[in-house]
Design a protein around this ligand. Sequence first.
Ligand code: PLP
Length: 680
Amino acid sequence: MLPERLNALHALAHNLWWSWDPEATRLWHDIDPLRFRVYHHNPVALLNDVERSRWDELAADPAFLDRLDGIARRFRAYLGASAWGTEHARGLMKHGVGYVSMEFGLHESLRLYSGGLGVLAGDHLRSASDLGIPLVGFSLLYRHGYFRQVIDDGRQLAAYPASNFERLPVKPCLGADGAIVEVRVPNGDREVIARVWQLDVGRCRLLLLDTEIDANHGEDRGLTHHLYGGDEKLRIRQEVLLGFGAVATARALGLDIGVWHLNEGHCAFVPVALVGEHTRDGDTFEDACAKVRQHCVFTTHTPVPAGHDRFHEPLVREVLGSWCDDVGLDAGDVVDLGRVSPGDHAETLCVTVVALRLAAASNGVSELHGHVSREMWTALWPEHSASEVPIGHVTNGVHAPYWTAPETQALFDEWLPGWRTRPWDPEVWARIEEVPDEALWDVRNRLRLRLVQLVATRGHREFDPNALTIGFARRFAPYKRGNLVFRDPLRLKRLLEEHDAQLVFSGKAHPRDEAGKEIVAEVVRVSETFDFRERVVLLTDYDMYVGRVVTSGADVWLNNPRRPHEASGTSGQKVVLNGGLNLSVLDGWWPEGFDGTNGWSIGDGQEWQDEPAQDVFDAESLYTTLEQQVVREWEDRDASGLPHTWLKRVRRSIATCAPKFTSDRMVRDYVLNMYLPHAR
Ligand SMILES: *Cc1c(COP(=O)(O)O)cnc(C)c1O
């Protein structure tokens, strides 16, 4: 129980705003440093478990009370402040935006994400809140979430601990009558009931569906257990739950959504549910589709044909047949929405095709990915050439306050006025030129030290806080080639030893991705050999916390996907904001970011049919660039040990990339180019 005087902590704990406010984060830490760490920085768990004697102590500590009051005041001011959207998104104020995503990366204590897609959705929500955009998120509340990685005997194992929702910042979502909102979605001959939970993210809220309730059939209770688990059958039922559930939740709460944003094909059943609403009211199928299309926008994230979910017709009929009968739809018409060639019964329903068909506007997530997507979907617009296919692009970005370390924020607050409110403005970041080398270098040294400390506690290695630290952390999907740097172990060994460099890896492979798990095993194996154990480490159980420490602490960020398989990638953007440098294949966002002076490229941007040849070529380019450019600049020091040339490149990186790749810029683009033109 909290003493009355500390009541403000309740409101702070139940809104994720604290997680991008360093002072608030520090406050939670100081209440109980050990528990805060062990509980994955979860303040609600602290409120539950910290002893009364400690709270009494804090309630009698004037310095603590002062900090708490200041933070609570700033939090209240934040909730009420006007922002960019107050003026520029007026057209959205009456009917808000509904943003739907299968995963949301909001915090390490909420395991509702698997990788970049979820983290992007989280950054979208954070920026929508900062900008004052009336946006509501919709997703599922997974009991077990995505797995936690355990390395046993050199191999990745998956653990699925259950969450206790009472120890998370979620609360039951209450309707106008004060009762918990429950919605029904179709599932064959029966309906699934989902309870709605609410998670507050600054000024926005995320509504999360949970089917683990007694009234449900046993099998349906497990629908919200795992993110990306199960087979095709579970998958379609989860996606139906997400899409139909989002629409039903909006209706149950009386939310008048003016435009639906479908984040990746998993949300394709949102417009299908909307079509059913219109046919039930008597519209023809064609009229219903035309009406729905006006107010849906779609973002695709997958540049590889095999990466798009597909469902067989009998399965679609099994899950949605009864519902189709009820609303006067022909199930065959629904399946056809997901076929490139309607009527071709051999073709499965592809959710991306449904979404492309039922969206007024669609986009890829980088300029290159827009191009690749237009090529990939030309068959859907047979009357157009590839360049005329109506898929544009909005390049991804990251939430600057969330992904910058406290030290970086302090530096920016001192030198770059406006970075929090106008991060898209190049003039704000141009001032980085005025920051003295000493100040910039001091921040870099502190951030590297924090990473080296994490390597000591989690990786059980003593790394050097002054050595050139190269980072690689992301999902271990095979196309990302997490083992490319090990193609020539002798050459790597020489490089690391002669130039005092070290490599920090972190990341998980999907439990059913055998090739990905093999790459994890290879990294572990190499890191345990005599030659590499002091210079290579894999930090297990990658999550958003490890992500923050690694992306801020690394001097060089290694990114070597097989072009053009990385739709955007965002981890390197987090690195830019903390003064690290990108060493990356020209894929995803990097062709838009790289200008020759602000990082390095691997390869020359060509595309290959022959993957082994591509790997050989890119590995050679990677080694050569490291040997001839990266370490040379790193070692070029003045008498006091400052690397002037290096820091010049860091400044260029911040000045040129920061304004382009924040999620504030991204959400602003979505508002102006996607939401406003298609909102009711
Ligand atoms: C940013 C982030 C990613 C995205 O990494 P990419 O290199 O863009 O694939 C994945 N996972 C987590 C936890 C992240 O924070």
